[in-house]
Design a protein around this ligand. Structure first.
Ligand SMILES: N[C@@H]1[C@@H](O)[C@H](O)[C@@H](COP(=O)(O)O)O[C@@H]1O
Length: 239
């Protein structure tokens, strides 16, 4: 696992965008796994800006998002507003789980098929929950899980309550499973702020702990962690 140290959220956003943009530029075809939440917002802002500044084609880019709330399009709307409206990725090449599907189990299987038919994920961007969740894989999730429906923990519900001012906050979500995420060829994890420090400390301790799902990333051969001063504040090497 590589650690790239940045000072703050702004530097993290710029570095993350440069990282992803260089992959887009240098690939003939790329499948990007995308995350939502506050952390990648600045990265999306920079990527949107690059799309205006540089004559870069996005016709070779495919995207698959990690998750969506059940009964909601909150993350569809987030992606549209923060990235897809500003960047020329063909609409039929962007994918998210359908949280409004009638048969959620079937939707989970469909989503796995989508990823498989795309040939897997080349670069998965991840955020990290305060409790160490990745995607919406909450503490205790089986490391062998595939795309599934989850019941969100109180910790995650309260951390994300601020995004639900116009609709009732769903208590369930569809998420790629831990095993689905681990099959990505490369992972870029973004962590910003002191609220993430405990989860990051667990991750860098290197021991697998199913109570902190992100620790499973220690088993992946190609993970880069971009972390700012706040997120690194409990790492031993920093003290
Ligand atoms: N499903 C998302 C995760 O993918 C994200 O990593 C996490 C952290 O979000 P934030 O970046 O807002 O702290 O929140 C949500 O639970």
């Amino acid at each position: 696992m590589r650690l790239i140290k940045v000072s703050d959220e702004e530097e993290l956003s710029r570095m993350a965008a440069e990282y992803v943009f260089s992959k887009i530029k240098s690939s003939e075809r790329i499948v990007l796994g995308l995350a939502t939440g506050r952390t990648p917002l600045g990265m999306y802002r920079h990527l949107s800006k690059y799309s205006k500044e540089y004559k870069q084609s996005y016709s070779h880019v495919h995207t698959v998002n990690l998750d969506e709330y059940v009964g909601s399009r909150a993350y569809h709307d987030y992606m549209q507003k923060n990235l897809f409206d500003h960047i020329g990725i063909p609409k039929n090449q962007t994918h998210l789980p359908d949280g409004e599907a009638y048969d959620l189990e079937k939707e989970c299987r469909r989503y796995e098929e989508v990823i498989k038919e795309l040939g897997g994920i080349d670069l998965q961007v991840l955020g990290i929950g305060e409790n160490g969740h990745i995607g919406f894989n909450e503490p205790g999730t089986d490391f062998s899980s595939r795309t599934h429906v989850v019941e969100l923990t109180e910790s995650t519900l309260s951390a994300n309550a601020k995004y639900f001012t116009h609709e009732k906050q769903p208590r369930e979500a569809i998420t790629m499973g831990i095993s689905t995420i681990l099959e990505s060829k490369e992972i870029l994890l973004l962590a910003s702020g002191e609220k993430k420090a405990r989860a990051l400390r667990e991750l860098f301790q290197g021991t697998l702990n199913s109570d902190v799902p992100a620790t499973v990333l220690n088993q992946h051969p190609n993970v880069t962690v971009l972390a700012d001063d706040g997120a690194r504040s409990l790492l031993e090497e920093e003290s």
